[in-house]
Design a binder for this molecule. Sequence first.
Ligand code: HDD
Length: 751
Amino acid sequence: ASQDLSAAMPGNPNVAPQYGDGAQAQEGEHVAPPDVAATGSTTGETLASPKLGAGQPLIGENAGNAPLDRARADDTGCTLTTNQGVPVGDNQNSLKAGLRGHTLLEDFILREKITHFDHERIPERVVHARGSAAHGYFECYKEQSTLTRAAPFAKAGKRTPVFVRFSTVAGERGSTDTARDVRGFAVKFYTDEGNWDLVGNNIPVFFIQDAMKFPDLVHAVKPEPHHGMPQAASAHDTFWDFASLMPEITHMLMWVMSDRAIPRSYRMMQGFGVHTFRLVNAQGESVFCKFHWSPLAGTHSLVWDEAVKISGADPDFHRRDLWEAIEAGEYPEYELSLQVFTEEQAEAFDFDVLDSTKLIPEELVPLQPVGKMVLNRNPDNFFAETEQVAFCTAHIIPGIDFSNDPLLQGRIHSYVDTQISRLGGPNFHEIPINSPIAPVHNNQRDGMHRQAINRGRVAYEPNSLAGGAPFQAGPRGFNSFPASGEGDKVRGKPEKFAEHYAQARLFWISQTPHEQDHIVHAFRFELTRVQTVAIRERIVAMLRNVDETLAQRLADDLGLALPPAMPSMAVLPVPEYAPSPALSLTFRPGKTGIHTRRVAILIGPGSDGAQVRQLYDALLADGAVPRLVGSQLGKVDTGKGAPLAVEVSLEAGPAVLYDAVIVPDGEAAARQLSADANALDFLRQQYRHCKPMLLIEAGATLLEKAGIPDALPDGTPDPAVIVAPAADVAQALATFKQAIAAHRAYTRETD
Ligand code: HDD
């Protein structure tokens, strides 16, 4: 039996070739440059390349492969040159007047190298600075021509390449992944009719109603300007000061204080376009629509204490998770659904569909699935793709149009504008990751870093010298939907915008008891960090309008007397909602079972080797990611069979990085692990974070050593602490897998 059990791990066939054959060249061996003329590709990659899957990829399946090939660079086997292509003789020493003399200004090689280095960084995004991205495709289930003429929905089975960037909002580029925050969910569709960017979040509502308040919101949540603290956290006075004076934020606060703001994975969260958009069909008819992405892996979250500890153990937790899943061929999938409604329906709603602090309950307008997105390839280069990608809400295509949502209207300006300073000029659309697959023809010219070499003397329209080209597309092109509604020039808001609490309450009453507990704890944590008592009081006063129990629990936890409720601004009757189960994370348990779930098998000298192999193989066969974790790296002798190799040490791979744990049989191993504080901590944390635990025979002795009860406080057995004799491993494993698929056993929660 092989020691290296991980050799059987699945892999991703879509890896670009610079990791492939060329990279394995022997030292000194020269690899001939690929024949660009023959393959049309600088990397030797063709559409028939086996690297792209089974050898017959559908065009468009891998967004970047075809269009980005022209920009890919592969240094394998090549000579070092300057940026001018001049071969460099010595890359170790600068040019000096004598071995101990001055360095010469003449050294253009040194100067080019240092100058380029000095300018390697570009400004980070003013929000959403920290992110991770992947390529993939969107596949349409069924033609949607009655609703929209948008290219991705033209035909059943049609695939449109996409590039997706997930992000946190408040933290800087190097901040931790598991901060409590909204997650960005930005999708760039490279359609036949130009790029469409659906720049959404993992929460369907927003903090504010009007773009006018966006800079204030961001200034409030970012590190406080005098001392630059705290990083990637809303738990400080300026955020809550702003929040407590902006009752329209209440609904969003409920979401951000819920487990939605600490997802287990980017692969396990929903995405929302947030605003009301328009769909327009070929006849020029329009309906309103909201966009929803739902992950096939289900919606799952971390618990707060775990999120905090992950920040120390692996600040790249979400980035690594996305990367590793895609490398392993476990492609994240999300179903796209529409909520379609007419203007007449919208009029009748109790809320205004132009108000981004409101959602449309699924009970009112059901979701209509229209396609799915599959992310099947990691970027080749983080900077070139993930950092330089420019999403803009202004990027829409024929068949889609804006609504008058005043938040969206401001965004249409902001994104293009910010790219100009972030990416250094108006030609950011020419950066490979941003450039459309659809051809670009217009009379725009020049500017910083222009790539296109526009030919001819005509750069104006109308013209006769170029035969009038490029021509207007007329009705085939993008034409704004002729929405009516001229009014007086005013600064103000419609009446329904003034009601701030009904949907916050809807969210609260739709949560399970454990989700409600987590919301109370999150408010308590954040407001405990806030130093100004009056701010804490204003938030409790605000929450009295959401739910009296919530407000009372929070007041008690903060040691406050219950303040009077904040006066409501509502001018119309306040709607009352019945709970909406779809608002609870438990509503979408997922369809991928235990795939990609990380399971630690704690081993030591004397672990039952045959049993460990059986467990490892069974987990692997079901798509889980088992890891042999022990006190230190190296081989451990097992009673039965060949020795096992510890893959991760307890120190480097603490409990928070795993979804579940197994302690196999083996008395000596159990004795050794009980003497290791890391092992006992591991079990305590798995228990505290409500994770499934399987303990076999002698392995179960660790429970007692770690002080872990095997029953719930009410005396009933804990469904996810599974203790089994060695003879019952198969049965116990089946129960354990079910517990992993169910994510967490929250009934056990002790926090
Ligand atoms: Fe924004 C980035 C999502 C409101 C201004 N936003 C940004 C990104 C996402 C969102 C996902 C990161 C894109 C990427 O990965 O590169 N933003 C939203 C959502 C909003 C929202 C869902 C409300 C529904 N944003 C919003 C407003 C404004 C902005 C109201 C300004 C008026 N957002 C920006 C920005 C950013 C940005 C400053 C920073 C970097 C960038 O655009 O490219 O322009």
